[in-house]
Design a protein. Structure first.
Lengths: 114, 112
């Protein structure tokens, strides 16, 4: 089925370790986003991309890096994980810049940093 | 900047009763507005959206929402709650650059 796929679904990291979360979409969407979800805070935008090779910072970018080398993939990296990065991470994509059709979300990655 | 406020982090309703979830937005320019639902351990699923046109929007699973510009509100309702409606609901609106800003979410519990 068409949609947004995130890998892995679960991960436990030790403080200071690094990892990369992969997001892949097969809808030919130009725009892709990484959010983190924490209790009582809704979803907060980490980074986003308006097209292949372009990325921009969102509301909470510190401690994260991203890359969009291929249109269908958007990678989120943690160079040195911290307990404050324990969260559920969601990737999303959209057809247009005004999001009039909303976003399509992946099923999430639950990350625990110990 | 756009902000979205959901009133009430938890709502408990009886099966068969009215579900009412409140959402207000802050933008002076009416944004696009959305309601998403999140079931446990799943991603967000679009319930309904308002872009332009009719202010009463119908979505999936019997939900609807009314856009009221004068009240800067976009409340979500369902006439009769079902056990399967237990989930977290998020209101979201577009900011000036078209990115979605989310409310903090409302957890809905349905009691028999």
């Amino acid at each position: 089925n068409a949609g947004v796929t995130q890998t892995p679904k679960f991960r436990v990291l030790k403080t200071g370790q690094s990892m990369t979360l992969l997001c892949a979409q097969d809808m030919n969407h130009e725009y892709m986003y990484w959010y983190r979800q924490d209790p009582g805070m809704g979803l907060r935008l980490i980074h986003y991309s308006v097209g292949e090779g372009t990325t921009a910072k969102g509301e909470v970018p510190d401690g994260y890096n991203v890359s969009r080398l291929k249109k269908q993939n958007f990678l989120l990296g943690l160079e040195s994980a911290a307990p404050s990065q324990t969260s559920v991470y969601f990737c999303a994509s959209s057809y247009d810049t005004r999001a009039q059709y909303g976003y399509t979300f992946g099923s999430g990655t639950r990350l625990t940093v110990v | 900047a756009q902000s979205v406020t959901q009133l009430g982090s938890h709502v408990s309703v009886s099966e068969g009763a009215l579900v009412l979830l409140r959402c207000n937005y802050s933008s002076s320019v009416p944004p696009y507005l959305f309601w998403y639902v999140q079931y446990p351990n799943q991603g967000l699923q679009l319930l309904l959206k308002y872009t332009t046109g009719a202010t009463l929007v119908k979505g999936i699973n019997g939900f609807e929402a009314e856009f009221k510009k004068s009240e800067t509100s976009f409340h979500l309702t369902k006439p009769s709650a079902h056990m399967s409606d237990a989930a977290e609901y998020f209101c979201a609106g577009t900011d000036s650059w078209g990115k979605l800003q989310f409310g903090a979410g409302t957890q809905v519990v349905v009691t028999p």
